[in-house]
Design a binder for this molecule. Structure first.
Ligand code: NAD
Length: 374
C-alpha cells in the first residue's frame, strides 16, 4: 500500500508529515511516497525523506498512484479527480464549512477524512490537530505581541530606573488562550484572562493569571466542552467589562470561538480607541469574523496608535514543530486504520466514524449527515 505525502499549496509552510514520521509508516509495512520539495519550507529536504526510506515523486504520480493521500490544506477538485477511485484522502478539509467540496466528494463517490472533525474525547486527544495547532498559535501570538510592543514584557529594576511589567489580557481560555497565558507569564507579563466557561477559571488561575469574571454566562454540558452563543445582555456586559480592562492593557490576545458560528465580538471600536497608544491586539479569530471590531484577516491595521493584527494561519509560521505535531497526530490516527500494511476502516470506532466525511460517497460522520440533511 502506497501512502503519499502531498506538498502544500503556496503560502502554507507546514507539511503533514516530517521524515521522522515516515520511519513509523514504513515499520507498518507500507510504502511511502513524498511529493518533491514537500518539506522544504518546514526545513525537511527531499534527501532527508529519502534517508528515512521514502521515495520522492512528482505530484501527478503521487496523486494517481497513492492508496492513501495525506496533506493539510484541501486540494482543488480537478486534482481530486486524478486520484485513484478507491484512494483515501486525509486533510484538514474544513468539511462542515466547505459545502461545495463535501458535495463534490459525495457525488464523485470518494473517501475522505477531515482531521478537524476528530471527536473531542479523551481517547482522541493524541489525534487532535486543532489542539496541536492552537498550542502553536497561542505561543506564537505572544511572541508576535512581544515583538511589536514598544515596551518590555517583564518587570525590571535597573540603574536607569524600574520598568513595570506589561499587562496582557487574554480573551478565551481554550487551548490557544491557555498556551498564550503560559507563554506571556513565562515572559514576565501580568496576565488577565476571560472565558465564558467556568471550567476555564481554575486553569487560568493555575497558570498564575487573574480571571476576569462576568456573571451569567450560558453553558451547555452537551456542547462537548465548547462554548455556546451568549445572550445579548451578557455580551453587552462582557464588552463593558473588557472595555474597562482594555484601557489598562498593553496587549490583548483574542482567541474566542464558537464552533460553526461567527466568532463573538468582544473588543468594540470604542474599546480600541480607549487603549494606550503603542498597545497591540492580536486577533486569532480574525478569519472566523474576528473578536475585535477593527481586525482584518491577514492584515495589521493601526488605529490611534494601537496595532491590531488579524492573524489567519499562525501555526504555519512555526512550520517545523507544527509539522512535527501534525505528523504525530496523523500517526496516532492512522494507527487505528492501518493493519498489517492494509487499510482497515472500522466505522464502529467513534473516532474513525466521526472523522470520515464520506466513504465511497456515503456520508459517514454524524455531523456531515446532519449538514446534508439541513
Ligand atoms: P475554541 O477554539 O472553540 O474556543 C476558544 C475559547 O473561546 C474557548 O475556551 C471558549 O470557551 C471561548 N469563548 C467562546 N465564546 C466566548 C466569549 N463570548 N467570551 C469569552 N470566551 C469565549 O476552544 P478550544 O480551545 O478548542 O477548547 C474548548 C474546550 O474543549 C476546552 O475545554 C478544551 O480543554 C477542550 N478540548 C478537549 C479536547 C479533547 O478532550 N480531546 C481537545 C481539545 C479541546
Amino acid at each position: 500500500m502506497i501512502i503519499g505525502i502531498l506538498k502544500e499549496p503556496q503560502g502554507e509552510a507546514r507539511v503533514s508529515m516530517l521524515p521522522e514520521a515516515v520511519k513509523t509508516l514504513l515499520s507498518w509495512n507500507t510504502e511511502v511516497w513524498v511529493e518533491s520539495t514537500a518539506g522544504d519550507s518546514a526545513y525537511a529536504s527531499d534527501s532527508t525523506y529519502e534517508s528515512a526510506g521514502a521515495k520522492i515523486k512528482n505530484r501527478q504520480d503521487l496523486l494517481s498512484q497513492s492508496d492513501i493521500l495525506i496533506g493539510i490544506q484541501a486540494i482543488p477538485t480537478d486534482e481530486i479527480g486524478t486520484m485513484k477511485a478507491e484512494a483515501v484522502w486525509f486533510g484538514q478539509l474544513n468539511a462542515l464549512y466547505s459545502p461545495e467540496l463535501t458535495k463534490y466528494l459525495i457525488e464523485h463517490k470518494r473517501t475522505a477524512f477531515s482531521m478537524e472533525l476528530v471527536p473531542r474525547t479523551t481517547r482522541a486527544q493524541s489525534m487532535d490537530v486543532l489542539s496541536s495547532m492552537a498550542t502553536v498559535s497561542g505561543y506564537k501570538a505572544v511572541l508576535m505581541a512581544a515583538g511589536l510592543l514598544p515596551r518590555f514584557f517583564p518587570m525590571f529594576m535597573t540603574a536607569a530606573g524600574s520598568i513595570t511589567p506589561a499587562r496582557v489580557l487574554i480573551l478565551g481560555a481554550g487551548v490557544a488562550g491557555l498556551q498564550a497565558i503560559a507563554s506571556a507569564r513565562r515572559l514576565g507579563a501580568s496576565v488577565f484572562a476571560f472565558d465564558v466557561r467556568q471550567a476555564a477559571k481554575e486553569e487560568v488561575l493555575s497558570l498564575g493569571a487573574k480571571f476576569v469574571d462576568v456573571e451569567g454566562a450560558k453553558e451547555d454540558k452537551g456542547a462537548g466542552g465548547y462554548a455556546v452563543e451568549q445572550s445579548e445582555d451578557f455580551l453587552q456586559r462582557q464588552k463593558d467589562t473588557i472595555h474597562e480592562h482594555a484601557m489598562k492593557a498593553d496587549v490583548i490576545i483574542t482567541t474566542a470561538q464558537i464552533p460553526g458560528r461567527k466568532a463573538p465580538l468582544l473588543v468594540e471600536e470604542r474599546t480600541v480607541k480607549s487603549m494606550k497608544p503603542g498597545s497591540v491586539i492580536i486577533d486569532l479569530a480574525a478569519s472566523s469574523g474576528g473578536n475585535c471590531a477593527l481586525s482584518q484577516p491577514d492584515q495589521t491595521v493601526e488605529v490611534n496608535g494601537v496595532r491590531i493584527v488579524g492573524v489567519g494561519n499562525l501555526a504555519a509560521e512555526m512550520p517545523q514543530d507544527a509539522s512535527k505535531m501534525y505528523g504525530k497526530n496523523y500517526l496516532n490516527f492512522l494507527k487505528l486504520i492501518i493493519k498489517d500494511g492494509a487499510l482497515d476502516l472500522n466505522f464502529d470506532d467513534d473516532i474513525v466514524k466521526g472523522t470520515c466525511v464520506c466513504h465511497a460517497g456515503e456520508p459517514i460522520s454524524e455531523r456531515i449527515i446532519q449538514m446534508q440533511n439541513a
